[in-house]
Design a protein. Structure first.
Length: 343
């Protein structure tokens, strides 16, 4: 059992095993939720990170489900990453997670029960550190390992942040470097070793709890986390309902140092090209040196925030006070020929 590598049990792992954007759009045709006449405040109409319903007065419930197949070999790290990723959806809405239920699919005959217990241990430690009760869940026996959480949180209406409410003139920030998908692909193929992959694991287990703090700043107009559809895919969701163009400064976009030589070798995750095929005509991105990192599927990626320029300094100060790194990567300008321009 000790010789079994989780990443070799599946075709893809982490958020890179998501259904491609175009296929997901086709699946959800006719199945979009409506908030008319219901307590439902946020449904799936805008591809938000979580659903939100009014509970009482200003108090709202935030609920999300997120699970995937292994992106690492160590079951303990798999549990930590999957739990951090699931909790992030609540933080990205400006909420605070309160309770979680585990979702476990495990090939017991080949991987045994000890490895599954280690997954649970990693997830439980992340939840405890975040003050979240991991209160139960559901498990089935599967051919490929799967793990994630269903998470319930709370948010006030005034702090609720959506992913598609950015405004013209907003400054764009992200909180984590890109490149996790590139490194995971290289690790799965045996191109890099565990020591080289370690910075990616560190990034994937970094909490996005700052989202609940940033949400209290009125100047934050929109927020989401950058996951399986890459920075461009999630940025397209952010500006889809706005008549503007996102202008990005490539030199200011952080990329994990260990991912840079891999990008130069044109190593990328399959999901990157699937997302690019949907949004290529909306961008000026052609060069692989830009395409690979900007469409790279992030697992447990950082937050992306759109902020009124008058409040940008306040956000940066808030981040500094909370030990959160922020990267200013661009702004929303008047609508041009393309929806996303990279300089």
């Amino acid at each position: 059992m000790q010789d079994i590598q989780l990443t070799q049990q599946t075709k893809a792992g982490g958020c890179g095993c998501k259904i491609a954007p175009q296929q997901l759009h086709e699946i959800l045709q006719g199945h979009r939720s409506t908030t008319t006449g219901l307590h439902l405040l946020v449904g799936n109409e805008g591809n938000d990170d979580a659903a939100v319903m009014v509970w009482e007065g200003e108090d709202c419930l935030v609920h999300t489900t997120d699970f995937f197949m292994p992106i690492v070999d160590d079951p303990y790290d798999f549990g930590r990453i999957a739990a951090t990723n699931a909790l992030s959806d609540v933080w990205a809405m400006g909420g605070k997670p309160q309770m979680a239920l585990a979702i476990l699919g495990w090939p017991v005959a080949t991987l045994g029960t000890t490895s599954a217990s280690r997954v649970m241990q990693g997830a439980r430690e992340v939840c405890e550190r975040a003050g979240v009760a991991l209160a139960g869940g559901h498990s089935i026996e599967t051919q490929e390992p799967i793990f994630g959480l269903s998470v319930t949180g709370r948010v006030s209406k005034s702090s609720l942040k959506r992913n598609n409410t950015a405004q013209l003139g907003d400054v764009l920030y992200i909180t984590k470097p890109l490149g996790v998908g590139v490194m995971a692909t290289a690790f799965k193929r045996g191109i890099i070793d565990a020591a080289t992959f370690a910075p990616a694991i560190e990034s994937m287990t970094q909490s996005n709890a700052f989202g609940a703090v940033a949400a209290e700043l009125p100047g934050v107009t929109a927020m989401t986390d950058v996951t399986g559809f890459g920075l461009v895919g999630h940025l397209m969701e952010m500006i889809q309902d706005n008549d503007c163009t996102a202008v990005l400064d490539m030199e200011k976009i952080p990329i994990l140092a260990a991912a840079l030589p891999l990008i130069q070798q044109s190593i990328y995750a399959d999901m990157a090209m699937k997302t690019y095929s949907k949004y290529a005509s909306e961008t000026n991105i052609v060069a692989m040196a830009q395409l690979i990192p900007l469409f790279d599927p992030q697992t447990s990626g950082g937050l992306m925030l759109a902020v009124n320029p008058q409040d940008a300094q306040s956000l940066e100060l808030l981040a500094q006070e909370n030990g959160q790194v922020l990267y200013a990567i661009g702004r929303l300008e008047q609508r041009g020929e393309k929806r996303i321009m990279v300089l």
